[in-house]
Design a protein around this ligand. Structure first.
Ligand code: ZN
Ligand code: ZN
Length: 134
């Protein structure tokens, strides 16, 4: 769930470590979405085919932007950090996943919220990201 100012204190103090573990240890840097986001661009007969191919720091599957892996709360409750409630998700899947939850929120504001969450994760800068394919 994107962090809104009023939600910041709902996250545990060690959220950055939890999030990092989910994204880079459990997920191995690859989006864990298996169609939960509802985008409809990744679901198939096998688990490998159905998993979003986006990997942190690489071009996304459209080739237009660089993937930033975030951590989504499946039940939209930031204080619930049980592993089964967390999914490492690329920013695209995360935005789509939260779309229904924030049906009243304009897409641009959702984008801002995700950026705020990314800043929470990593200090706002991703100097280690080198776009590929250039
Ligand atoms: Zn994804
Ligand atoms: Zn997805």
């Amino acid at each position: 769930m994107p962090i809104r100012p009023e939600n910041r204190d709902r996250y545990p103090a060690n959220w950055p470590e939890i999030s990092r573990h989910i994204r880079f240890v459990r997920a191995g840097g690859r989006c864990e979405c298996r169609g939960e986001c509802g985008r409809g661009t990744h679901h198939g007969p096998t688990s490998e085919l159905s998993r979003c191919p986006n990997r942190h720091g690489q071009r996304d599957y459209t080739g237009r932007s660089t993937v930033v892996l975030t951590t989504a709360h499946l039940n939209h409750r930031p204080e619930d950090c049980a592993p089964e409630n967390l999914r490492g998700m690329c920013q695209g899947c995360h935005l789509w996943y939260d779309r229904d939850h924030h049906a009243e929120t304009r897409a641009s504001r959702m984008q801002v919220s995700v950026v705020a969450e990314l800043e929470q994760h990593d200090g706002g800068l991703f100097p280690h990201i080198t776009p590929t394919g250039t």
